[in-house]
Write a protein that binds this ligand. Structure first.
Ligand code: NAD
Length: 282
C-alpha cells in the first residue's frame, strides 16, 4: 500500500522541542512518506520568564532527525503570533517544498493563566491574558490564513489544530488558556464551512495530559512551590484521580490521531474536535 503521506507537504508549528507533540507529529508524517517544514520561535522571551522555548539548534536537530525515518525536514524560525513571520514562513515552504497540503497548527501555551503559570482572573495581568490568547488562538488564525493560499494551489488539503482537554472543563487559574483553546474549536468549525468547497478539511484534537517537556516543567514548578511532594508524585496523584486509563499519554499517541485527521482515512470528517484524553471526559 502507498504510504498515506507520500508526495504531501506538511507544516508543523511548535515542532522545535525534542519530546514535544509537534516533533512527534513531524516524525509520524515523515515516517509515512510526507515532507515536513518544522517551525518554532527559536528565542527565549524575557516577558514570560517561566516558559521555555525551542532554540534554533533544537529546531535544526528536529529537522535533521526526521532523516532517520524519511526525508529530513525544513527548519524555519517563525513566531506564530507575528503575521509577517507567518506569511514569510508559509511562502518559504511553498517556494522550497512546492506547496502545502497539511497545516498542523500545534504551537500553543500561555503564561499567567496558562498551564505553566496559573493565576486567578482577579489577579491576572492584562499582558498575560493577551500573550496567552495570541499564542494559543490568534496563531491558529494567522497560520490558517497564510497556509490556505498554498493549499488552494494543490487543490485541497487539511488543517489540524492542537487544542486542549482543559478547554472542555473548568480549571481554576487557567482562564486565558482554556478560553483560547475552546475558541480554537469554534474557529475550526467556521473554517471547516468556509473551506469545504475548496477541498480543505479542518479539524482539531484535544490532548489530555501528555508527557512532554512542557508538562514536566509545569509539575516541576508546582513541586517547587509546594515543597511537600516531588513533580512525579504530583503528576501521579493527578493521573490517579482524573485519568481512567491510569497513565499520561506519550506524544506519539497524539501524533497518531493528528495524522489520522490529516489523512484520507478521515476524508469525510471536517469541523470536529477529537478528545485524546485517556477517558477523562467520559
Ligand atoms: P512544547 O513546549 O513541546 O510545544 C510548544 C512549542 O511551541 C514549543 O516548541 C515552543 O518553543 C513553541 N512556541 C511557543 N511560542 C511560540 C511562538 N510564538 N511561535 C512559534 N513557536 C512557539 O509542548 P507540548 O506539550 O508538545 O505542546 C504542544 C501543543 O499541545 C500546545 O498547543 C499545547 O497547548 C498543547 N497541549 C499539550 C498538552 C500536554 O499535556 N502536553 C495538553 C493539552 C494541550
Amino acid at each position: 500500500m502507498k504510504p498515506r503521506f507520500a508526495g504531501k507537504v506538511a507544516v508543523v508549528t511548535g515542532a522545535g522541542r525534542p519530546g514535544g507533540i509537534g516533533e512527534a507529529i513531524a516524525r509520524r508524517i515523515t515516517s509515512e512518506g510526507g515532507r515536513c517544514a518544522v517551525l518554532d520561535l527559536c528565542r527565549q522571551r524575557a516577558d514570560v520568564p517561566r516558559e521555555r522555548f525551542a532554540d534554533i539548534d533544537m529546531l535544526r536537530g528536529v529537522a535533521t532527525s526526521l532523516g532517520e525515518v524519511g526525508r529530513p525536514g525544513l527548519a524555519i524560525r517563525c513566531d506564530v503570533t507575528e503575521e509577517a513571520d507567518v506569511r514569510r514562513a508559509m511562502q518559504q515552504v511553498g517556494d522550497e517544498l512546492g506547496g502545502i497540503d497539511i497545516l498542523f497548527a500545534n504551537a500553543g501555551g500561555g503564561t499567567g493563566a496558562g498551564p505553566v503559570d496559573q493565576t486567578p482572573v482577579s489577579e491576572l495581568d492584562r499582558k498575560d491574558w493577551d500573550y496567552t490568547v495570541e499564542l494559543s488562538l490568534t496563531s491558529v488564525f494567522l497560520c490558517a490564513k497564510h497556509a490556505v493560499a498554498a493549499m488552494r494551489s494543490r487543490h485541497g488539503g487539511a488543517i489540524v489544530s492542537t487544542t486542549s482537554i482543559s478547554a472542555y472543563h473548568g480549571v481554576a487559574g487557567l482562564s486565558a488558556y482554556s478560553a483560547a483553546k475552546q475558541a480554537v474549536s469554534a474557529l475550526t468549525r467556521s473554517l471547516a464551512l468556509e473551506l469545504a468547497d475548496k477541498g480543505i478539511r479542518v479539524n482539531a484534537f484535544a490532548p489530555g495530559i501528555t508527557l512532554t517537556p512542557y508538562v514536566r516543567q509545569r509539575y516541576e514548578a508546582l513541586a517547587a512551590e509546594r515543597q511537600d511532594r516531588s513533580a512525579s508524585e504530583l503528576m501521579q496523584q493527578f493521573i490517579a484521580q482524573r485519568i481512567p486509563l491510569g497513565r499520561a499519554a506519550q506524544p506519539a499517541e497524539m501524533a497518531s490521531v493528528a495524522a489520522f485527521l490529516a489523512s484520507d482515512d478521515a476524508s469525510f470528517m471536517t469541523g470536529q474536535t477529537l478528545f485524546v484524553d485517556g477517558g477523562m471526559r467520559v
